[in-house]
Design a protein around this ligand. Structure first.
Ligand code: UT7
Length: 320
C-alpha cells in the first residue's frame, strides 16, 4: 500500500533584474542599513515586463521535472499557489499545464498568500495518500513587484519576485511525514492586497498594505506554536529536525523560530538576503536551493513553515 508522497524533484527561478536597498533608498526615505538590520534583506529580484507568473512557474517546474527524470505527462495534478496570477481566470495552474504540454490530469490555483506552497504541499500529500493522484507538481510563483506600492517604505523594502517548484510521487518510502495548515480570517486589515475591479469598495488601488509590526508579533507567536504542533504530531524531539526551511519574511522572525527549535542558524536555510519575501514561492525556492547545493541530503528531516495574509499559516515535515 502506498503511504507516502516522496519528493522526486525541486526547481526554482529568479528573474534577472536585481533591485538593491540602495536603489530603493533613491525613491523612498529609507537606507540600506535600516532595511538590512530590521529585515535581513539586501536585494530582491524583479520580473521583466514580458514575464508572467506562469512563465516563471514553467522554468521552475521544468527544473523539477528534469531532476525527477519523468515525462511531463506523468504529472496528474498541478497546484499553483499564487497571489499574483496573470489572469483572474484562467488560473496560472491551467496556463502552466498548457506550457508544459500536458493535456491530461487536472490543474488549479490556490490562494493562501505567503503560506500558499505549504497549503499546496498539504493538498498534494492528501491526494497522493488517498490514491487520487500519483504524481503532483506544486509551484509557488509570484510577481509581487506588480502589487507593490513603490512609494510605501513599510512594504516596498520587503517583497521580491520568483518561483519555486516541488514534484511529489506516490512511494512506499518517506516522504511527507505530516502537514498542518490553519487560517483565521479576522486579520484582513493587518495585511491586505485588494482586487479593485471585484471589490465593493470604490477608489481602491491594488497594492499591498500592511501593519508590519502587528503582523510581526502574530507571526512569531504563531510559528512557534506550529513547531510544537508538528513535533507533537510526529512524536519527535527538536533534535530530530535536520533542517528548518522557513518562509523568508524577516530574518528576525526566522531567528525566533530557530531559537524555539534550539537550532543553530547553520541548520536554517536563509535566502532572503538577496531574494526578499517572494510570498508563496519563498519556501520552495529555499528548499530547492538547499537540495541543489547539497545541504539537504536524502534521509534528512526537513521542517518547512510559513505565515501569511489571512492570516494563514502551516508547516510540512518531510523526510527527504
Ligand atoms: O510574509 C507575510 C508576513 N509578513 C511579515 O511577516 C512581515 C512582518 N513585519 C516586518 O517584517 C516588520 O514589521 C517590518 C520590517 C515591516 C518593519 O519593521 P519594524 O521593526 O516592525 O518597524 P516598525 O514598523 O515598528 O517601524 C519602526 C520605525 C517607525 O518610525 P517611528 O514611528 O518609530 O518614528 C517607522 O516609520 O521605523 C520606521 N520605518 C522605516 N524607517 C526607515 C518603517 N519602515 C521604514 C523604512 N526605512 N523602510
Amino acid at each position: 500500500m502506498t503511504a507516502y508522497a516522496k519528493v522526486i524533484g525541486t526547481g526554482g527561478y529568479l528573474p534577472a533584474e536585481v533591485k538593491t536597498n540602495e536603489h530603493i533608498s533613491q525613491t523612498v526615505d529609507t537606507s540600506d542599513s535600516w532595511i538590512f538590520e530590521r529585515t535581513g534583506i539586501k536585494s530582491r529580484r524583479i520580473a521583466a515586463q514580458d514575464e508572467t507568473t506562469s512563465s516563471m512557474a514553467e522554468i521552475a517546474a521544468r527544473q523539477a521535472i528534469e531532476m525527477a527524470d519523468i515525462a511531463p505527462n506523468e504529472i496528474d495534478l498541478i497546484i499553483v499557489a499564487t497571489g499574483t496570477p496573470e489572469n483572474v481566470y484562467p488560473g496560472a495552474g491551467c496556463m502552466l499545464q498548457h506550457r508544459l504540454g500536458i493535456k491530461t490530469g487536472v490543474a488549479f490555483d490556490i490562494q493562501a498568500a505567503c503560506s500558499g506552497s505549504i497549503f499546496g504541499l498539504d493538498m498534494a500529500n492528501q491526494y497522493i495518500k488517498s490514491g487520487a493522484a500519483k504524481t503532483v507538481l506544486v509551484v509557488g510563483s509570484e510577481i509581487n513587484s506588480r502589487i507593490t506600492d513603490w512609494t510605501d517604505r513599510g512594504t516596498c523594502i520587503l517583497f521580491g519576485d520568483g518561483a519555486g517548484a516541488v514534484l511529489l510521487q506516490a512511494s512506499d518510502e518517506p516522504g511527507v511525514l505530516s502537514t498542518h495548515i490553519h487560517s483565521d480570517g479576522r486579520f484582513e486589515d493587518l495585511l491586505k492586497c485588494p482586487n479593485p475591479q471585484a471589490s465593493a469598495e470604490e477608489n481602491l488601488t491594488g497594492y499591498i498594505s500592511m501593519k508590519g509590526n502587528e503582523v510581526f508579533k502574530v507571526a512569531v507567536n504563531t510559528l512557534g506554536r506550529i513547531v510544537d504542533e508538528t513535533l507533537a504530531a510526529n512524536d519527535m524531539q527538536k533534535t530530530d529536525i535536520d533542517w528548518l526551511v522557513p518562509h523568508q519574511a524577516n530574518i528576525r522572525i526566522i531567528t525566533a523560530t530557530a531559537k524555539k527549535l534550539k537550532m543553530s542558524m547553520d541548520h536554517v536555510v536563509v535566502t532572503l538576503e538577496d531574494q526578499g519575501n517572494t510570498s508563496s514561492a519563498s519556501v520552495l525556492l529555499a528548499f530547492n536551493q538547499a537540495v541543489r547545493d547539497g545541504r539537504i541530503q536524502r534521509g534528512h528531516v526537513v521542517l518547512l513553515e510559513a505565515f501569511g495574509a489571512g492570516f494563514t499559516w502551516g508547516s510540512a515535515l518531510i523526510k527527504y
